[in-house]
Design a protein around this ligand. Structure first.
Ligand code: ATP
Ligand code: MG
Length: 349
């Protein structure tokens, strides 16, 4: 059964169900880069929420805006980038801060302590000329009240907590002396040094072999559960997200096009792009011939005449409004939202 789109376009994707107070709420976020060859519209009207302790996946193909979104939340977007609209609300204890107008001095206290990030490439994110143990000590010294004598033992404890063999010995290692998997664990130890409430892991397993990938992801999941930490896992790998995440947000060309609990998204994808992503995702029972590639590319985000739906040129459901009318956002269930003129319908509708 198809859902008839409302006659009037609704507001951007709604955020949290009213019943819960999210840890992080992003509302109508827009960001762009001014480059010599034009303005790149990297994020447009992004709205979503992250609840305390939940694990949320952000998926989308290369260039869809996942890293720009993460860097914007962390307040470390490249200087060529500008937030042009929106709010990023961070709720802690009794207060809510809009991170977009939080003074850098205050933000610096949050970053690394309450909000932490693992970067896409651990080797370049680590300081190559400082011992890894000292890098953890630097974070502890900056964000905790630990007496100096306890800094090194605590750093070694953290190395042990991310299951680094011989932690006291590895404390003295430089990043180049460690494998990719160990560097990623060092990044996790660094990110968790101050027990953050939210960890954003941007492609935490890129470049790792499949076994190490699973070990790193299981480690992240266990640490998140033990510490009741909310985690955002950014990945282009929908299968990986589905294995580790409670909820999935799907991005395409700077738009957040669908969000739903993982099982619901797989059972009843509403956006044609999500359905195609699922059809293109390998599963044990699928052979190569069962996988359907998604034809076409992301539009050039520098175009000044981008259509309201940035998937329109790749979509077999597209009709006139998709080319020239503002996007329609539909609340499919309390926790399932889609941004499309022609949601696919499905079992629960
Ligand atoms: N510093 C920059 N200057 C100009 N454009 C940028 C810059 N950083 C990102 N972009 C553009 O913003 C868009 C989103 O990039 P982003 O890195 O967030 O993609 P992504 O989804 O993380 O991709 P990947 O899966 O490859 O990491 C792309 O069009 C990219 O070219
Ligand atoms: Mg990225």
């Amino acid at each position: 059964m198809n859902i008839a789109p409302p006659t009037l376009p609704s507001s951007p994707l709604p955020s949290s169900p009213l019943s819960s107070i999210p840890l992080l709420a992003v509302r109508n976020l827009c960001a762009e880069f001014r480059t010599r060859s034009g303005t790149v519209s990297a994020l447009e009207n992004i709205s979503f929420y992250i609840n305390p302790s939940e694990t949320v996946g952000i998926v989308g193909e290369s260039g869809s805006g996942k890293s720009v979104l993460a860097l914007t939340i962390m307040g470390i977007l490249d200087p060529a980038g500008h937030v042009t609209a929106g709010e990023i609300l961070w709720s802690q204890s009794a207060a809510t801060l809009n991170l977009l107008n939080t003074p850098e001095k205050v933000f610096r206290q949050l970053r690394g302590k309450d909000l932490s990030m693992i970067f896409q490439s651990p080797r370049t994110a680590l300081n190559p000329i400082r011992k890894v143990g000292k890098q953890i000590v630097d974070v502890l010294r900056c964000h905790t009240q630990l007496p100096p004598a306890q800094l090194k033992p605590r750093a070694i404890e953290l190395l042990a907590s991310v299951k680094i063999p011989d932690p006291a010995q590895r404390y003295e290692a430089y990043p180049y002396e460690l494998s990719g998997g160990l560097c990623q664990r060092i990044m996790i130890a660094l990110a968790l040094a101050c027990s953050p409430q939210l960890l954003i892991a941007d492609e935490p397993t890129t470049g790792l072999d499949v076994t190490t990938q699973a070990t790193v992801m299981n480690l992240l999941k266990d640490l998140a559960t033990d510490r009741q930490m909310a985690t955002v896992v950014i990945t282009h790998d929908l299968a990986l997200a589905s294995e580790y995440c409670d909820r999935i947000l799907v991005m395409h060309a700077g738009h957040l096009i669908e969000s739903a609990p993982t099982a619901e998204l797989f059972q009843s994808p509403q956006h044609p792009y999500t359905a195609k992503l699922i059809a293109a995702t390998p599963e044990p029972h699928k052979g190569f011939n069962d996988l359907a590639p998604i034809l076409g590319n992301l539009p050039d985000l520098r175009r000044s005449d981008l259509p309201p739906c940035r998937f329109v040129s790749r979509c077999d459901q597209a009709t006139d409004p998709c080319h020239n009318q503002p996007l329609v956002n539909t609340q499919v269930t309390e926790t399932h939202q889609v941004s499309c003129w022609h949601p696919l319908g499905g079992p629960q509708l």
